[in-house]
Design a protein around this ligand. Structure first.
Ligand code: ADP
Ligand code: ADP
Length: 226
């Protein structure tokens, strides 16, 4: 678990687009934050700056009290789940799950234990030997989640992870993501343009518009204003 402090963070892209404008968000240990808002409002840019995939133009991002502006993504104790799953097509599900741990020289027995545990949680144990192409969209998304879980990161980052799934599966996976995040007590930032998804998942919502915060609060506070 880790708190995240986003302090006066801005992003100005080469060419001058001011995508994120002096944003402040203090995220508590174990909190589930959803960034929501229309396409182009800066959600993905903000998430990518927390992930270390995008340079921060101004301000600081701290994870667990440590400023991470100049810390490599791999050293940030985060795991990110993407919309397109980003699985390795030539590797089995098992190897996809084990990949990050092998890179970190985790002992083999520990890798096996963690992969098995994650596969059990996500109910993908029967598919460990398959290649991603032999899986349905929902199963692939579970593998992508599994890859995040095995790392036991302090922070989960989600970039529209359910957008490629059909409506029914989205509802199921939404529930599963929330259940897993509670069980693992991992701090989460989740990006979506879907208001219903945002409302169902969030402890607190951050509504972005034009690179600034329009509203911030619990789903009740944000969507049930008189
Ligand atoms: P969202 O995730 O809310 O759709 P983005 O963070 O992707 O928004 O984009 C915010 C703004 O930054 C948009 O105006 C977008 O066109 C611009 N933008 C995003 N990525 C880049 C980039 N690599 N270079 C220049 N402008 C970008
Ligand atoms: P290779 O890359 O060596 O040709 P495949 O991609 O054909 O291997 O298969 C990889 C693994 O996934 C094998 O264990 C295979 O039995 C399993 N597999 C592939 N497609 C399916 C499927 N539709 N249903 C169940 N298992 C499958």
């Amino acid at each position: 678990m880790a708190s995240i402090l986003i302090d006066q963070v801005s992003k100005i892209y080469d060419g001058g687009v001011h995508a994120v404008k002096a944003i402040d968000i203090a995220i508590e240990d174990g909190e589930f934050i959803v960034l929501v808002g229309p396409s182009g409002c800066g959600k993905s840019t903000l998430l990518r700056m927390v992930a270390g995939l995008e340079a921060i133009s101004q301000g600081t991002v701290s994870i667990g009290g440590r400023v991470v502006n100049n810390v490599e993504p791999a050293e940030r104790d985060i795991a990110m789940v993407f919309q397109n799953y980003a699985l390795y097509p030539h590797m089995s599900v098992y190897d996809n799950l084990a990949y990050g741990l092998r890179n970190r020289k985790t002992p083999k027995a520990e890798i096996e234990a963690r992969v098995t545990e994650a596969a059990r949680m996500l109910e993908i144990e029967p598919y460990l030997k398959r290649k991603p192409r032999a899986l349905s969209g929902g199963q692939r998304q579970r593998v992508a989640m599994g890859r995040a879980i095995v790392r036991k990161p302090a922070v989960f980052l989600f970039d529209e992870p359910l957008s490629n799934l059909d409506a029914k599966l989205r509802v199921t996976m939404r529930g599963e993501i929330r259940k897993l995040q509670r069980r693992l007590a991992t701090t989460a930032i989740y990006v979506t343009h879907d208001q219903l998804e945002a409302m169902t998942l969030a402890d607190r919502l951050v509504v972005l518009n034009g690179g600034t915060i329009e509203q911030i609060g619990t789903p009740l506070e944000v969507y049930h204003r008189p």
